[in-house]
Design a protein around this ligand. Structure first.
Ligand code: XIL
Length: 378
């Protein structure tokens, strides 16, 4: 073994040892580490909502003070057929959050994905007209937001309305209703629960071109008096992209518009990128191959440390902006839960979160706690 490699190994062993000691002496949770700065959330799945995943539930209640529904409040789940609502799981989801006194998020009302085809079509299969779709949107929002009025504190009202070039995505919502579908969605949500925080949520807003589109959209909504309270940066990030400077500028840019910023779906990919673009488009599918799945047998210590440092750097930025950042939500609890194991390539072994496949805190967890507690950062 080369001298360099030996030194690197010794350094990594020392790093891990320090972290282990730090935890033993200092069992602080994520929510405690960031108390007074922002709430720390996790997206939770069916097994966690129904209590089947007791290990996951213990982590959620000990570590987090906010939850998001990974899927149960998406249109296709909560409103699969015309006039048929499936409230069993969403009711349990909200009850879980209330039991643990959490900040409860609703995700999401108007999106082009995970929405059944019938929403946009008539009996003959043709697109419905503007008024019909507006009425369907209104009924859906009224029913779902209304049911949890005063209990779900924040709704992702419109999800992913923008293309990468900052123009509006040609979704059925836009094609059938026109540009003001966004305004209408916010108005309906506000009517249904005037106290709820209302978010515009999207991915890759760190990229300047797309960010400009989002800034223009929020500026327009604010000028029209539309009750948009926050922008959700989804935060499906990588080890290199975006730079911490870019994350910093992105948050500042939105803060200048007078909206709060939430990091709504944070995870950090350590796997080789499957595509050139930075995207979180759920419809993207890439064929599996061994090169794209290098850590099926375990994550090398060097990458584990890189991930820990990356998490620390990003939480440093979020903490710097604690006056505007009101929530940071991880998109999942343990690495085993993460959608990144199956997107955009099915069947990879991914390591994007703060708890490993055995539910153990990773070095990244300890780093995030350390940053939260450092008086220097405050
Ligand atoms: C993902 C879920 O995690 C998966 O379980 C589901 O199969 C697809 O959607 N942006 C969003 C989230 O706004 O709703 C997506 O969640 C991830 C990308």
């Amino acid at each position: 073994m080369s001298m360099r490699r030996k030194v690197a190994l010794a350094a990594s062993a020392a790093f891990i040892a320090t972290l282990a000691t730090a935890t033993a002496q200092d069992p602080t949770s994520l929510k405690d580490a960031y108390k007074g700065a922002f709430v720390v959330g996790a997206a939770i799945n069916n097994a966690q909502i129904t209590g089947q995943d007791s290990r996951g539930d213990a982590i959620i209640s000990e570590q987090f003070d906010s939850i998001s529904p990974e899927n149960v409040l998406k249109w296709e789940r909560v409103h699969p057929e015309p006039g048929t609502y499936a409230f069993d799981l969403p009711d349990k989801y909200v009850a879980f959050g209330e039991k643990h006194h959490m900040f409860i998020v609703g995700h999401c009302l108007v999106w082009h994905s995970q929405v059944p085809g019938w929403v946009f079509r008539d009996d003959k299969g043709n697109f419905v007209d503007r008024d019909t779709l507006l009425k369907r949107m209104h009924d859906h929002i009224q029913t779902v937001v209304g049911r949890y009025k005063g209990r779900i504190q924040s709704w992702d009202v419109v999800n992913e309305a923008l293309n990468e070039d900052g123009t509006l995505r040609q979704s059925p919502w836009l094609k059938i209703i026109g540009e003001d579908y966004i305004e209408k969605a916010f108005q309906y949500a506000h009517e249904a629960d005037p106290q709820a925080q209302l978010t515009y949520n999207d991915y890759s807003l760190e990229n300047e071109t797309k960010r400009k589109g989002a800034l223009a959209l929020i500026t327009k909504l604010k000028a029209e008096g539309i009750p948009v309270t926050s922008v959700g940066l989804q935060g499906h990030l990588g080890l290199q992209w975006p730079s911490v400077e870019t994350e910093d500028v992105t948050i500042s840019d939105f803060a200048k518009l007078g909206v709060k910023v939430v990091v709504s779906e944070l995870d950090i990919d350590v796997l080789p990128p499957a595509t050139q673009q930075q995207t979180a488009d759920v419809s993207l599918k890439v064929e599996q191959n061994a090169k794209l799945n290098p850590y099926a047998g375990g994550l090398p210590q060097s990458v584990q440390q890189e991930l820990a440092k990356r998490y620390a750097d990003l939480f440093g930025v979020f903490l710097k902006h604690r006056d505007v950042v009101t929530r940071v939500t991880l998109w999942g609890v343990t690495d085993a839960d993460s959608w990144r194991n199956d997107w955009p390539v099915k069947g990879r072994t991914s390591y994007p979160l703060l708890f490993d496949r055995n539910g153990q805190p990773k070095p990244a967890f300890h780093e995030v706690v350390r940053i939260g507690k450092s008086t220097e950062a405050r």
